[in-house]
Design a protein around this ligand. Sequence first.
Ligand SMILES: [Zn+2]
Length: 331
Amino acid sequence: MRSNFAFYFFNSPYEDPVLYVEQLNSRDNLVFDLGDVSKVPNSLLMRIKWVFISHAHIDHFCGFVKFLRTILKIVGKEVYVFGPEGIADNVEGVLKSFTWNLIDNYNIKFYVKEIGSRIKTYFFSSSEKFSKELISESDFTDLILDEESFLVKTSIMDHKIPVLGFRLEEKNRYAVDKERLLAFELKPGKWLTDVKKKLIKDEIDDYIKVDNKVFKIRELVESKILFLKKAPSHAYITDIGFTKDNFIKACSLSKDVKNLFIETHFTHKEIDMARKTYHLTAYQAGIIAGASRAERVRIFHFSQRYIKNKIGEKELYYELNKARSLFGYNF
Ligand SMILES: [Zn+2]
C-alpha cells in the first residue's frame, strides 16, 4: 500500500540530522530531530506540529531556535515536542534566552513530553510568558502519539546518554475493489471517501446513500467492495552504540518497515571510534536493517571528517548492503 507520508533530508548526510516528514493528506507535518534547519523553507517549518528529538546534542536540537522564530506569530499554533528526559529543560532553556514583554497578542503553545521511566508532559504558553508547567505524568509506554491515521512508538536506547529511536506506523486503511464495485453496478465517487471516513471512525453500522439506494456500510465491507489493506511503517534511528540491548530495540522499532532511516556515522574500519562514541558503523547499521527486514534503507549523519577523507554514500552504502546481504538482500 502506498505511504501517506513523504520524507525529506534537506541537509547533506555530513550535516546535522533533520528528517522532515510531510503528510500527504493533511497540512500538519512531523520532524525527526532539529539540527540546522536553515535549508528547510519557512513555509514547511510553519507546518510542523510534532517534533521528535532523539537527544539534545547540539547537532540534533540547535534548529529549535530558528523553528521557534519562524512559528512564533502563527495565531493558535500548538506544537508537540517529544524527547528524552531533560528535553523540557532544553526547551525551557531556549525559551528563557529571550525577553517576552511584547507578546500579548501571540497565541502559541508547546506541549513537551519527556520520555523516561515516567512520561511527563510540560506546558509552555505565550500567554504565561513561556513559564514551565508540569501538566501530567504517567508510566512509560512505547506508544507516544496516537492520531487518526498514524501512530508513533519509541524506544529508549543508549548513546552514553538516553537516546530515543522512533517508529512511525500508518494505520491500516480501507481500499476499494473496483471489480466488486462493478459487479454491484456501483460507480466510484465521493461516497467512497465518505465510507472510508466512517470506517476510520468505526461507524460501520451507519448508512450511506449511493445513486438513490441506501446501503449499510457493514454490507459494503461484507460484500468485499471495501477491504482493509495493511499500511506501511517507517523507523528513524540515530546515535546509538551497537550494544546487545540497543540492537534488540533497534530491530524491534524497524521490524518490517518500508523505510528505515539510520545513521552510518563511521565505516567499519573505525569500529573503535564507533565503540567509544556510541555511534553505528555502516556495517552495523546494515546488520540492523537486515535483521529487521527493512525494505528501503536511507543513511545519514556521516562523520564530518569523511568530507576531507572523501568517504561518501557509495562506500557507506556498499558496507551497509554487504551486511544486509547476510540476511538475503541482493545488491
Ligand atoms: Zn549525539
